[in-house]
Design a protein around this ligand. Sequence first.
Ligand code: ADP
Length: 180
Amino acid sequence: MDELRIGATTIALEPGDITRVHAEAIVNAANAHLAGGGGVDGAIHRAGGPSIMEECRRIGACKTGGAVLTGAGNLPSRYVIHAVAPRYAGRPRDGELLRSAYGTALDVACKLGLRTIAFPSLGTGAYGYPIDEAADIALSTARGHALGETTLERITFVLFSERDLAAFRAALGRASVHKG
Ligand code: ADP
């Protein structure tokens, strides 16, 4: 089963396209200029329509490791949380920044009182973060968040490729072993 229960929160993995997911918030793998791009960012703006980019332009920018909130346009979710992963260069700081991008997005959702959030695999496409390491960071950050006080009942990772899903499954196994 692709789930891990931590207190009242379930961390779940599912294959698919995040633009079709019905979560209160979906997370975008944005860039620091909030300028749109390829990958999941392009897919979210295409499916969500122009209002998301209009809001991004008004916000202007987001630091690497941070996250900002917009509405979700035509998407089935209510909000898009745009999180900025680092461009991977093998520095120890890259791990901190990826952890921070996940953690800030979770905090934004929790401050809004949301119960459900869905993430793509941040940083592992154009930004080049190695997927196995990134999956460990994603799941340990979600687990750490769930161990604290949170409104989130379900944190879903939506994996677009077989390779991403396999890497997150292996990481979920490691996170389960370290449970407790
Ligand atoms: P980054 O620039 O942060 O690396 P990318 O969008 O290039 O972001 O890639 C991040 C991950 O998102 C990749 O693993 C890619 O397979 C995945 N991805 C691409 N399109 C979608 C989608 N529609 N839904 C979910 N994940 C997606």
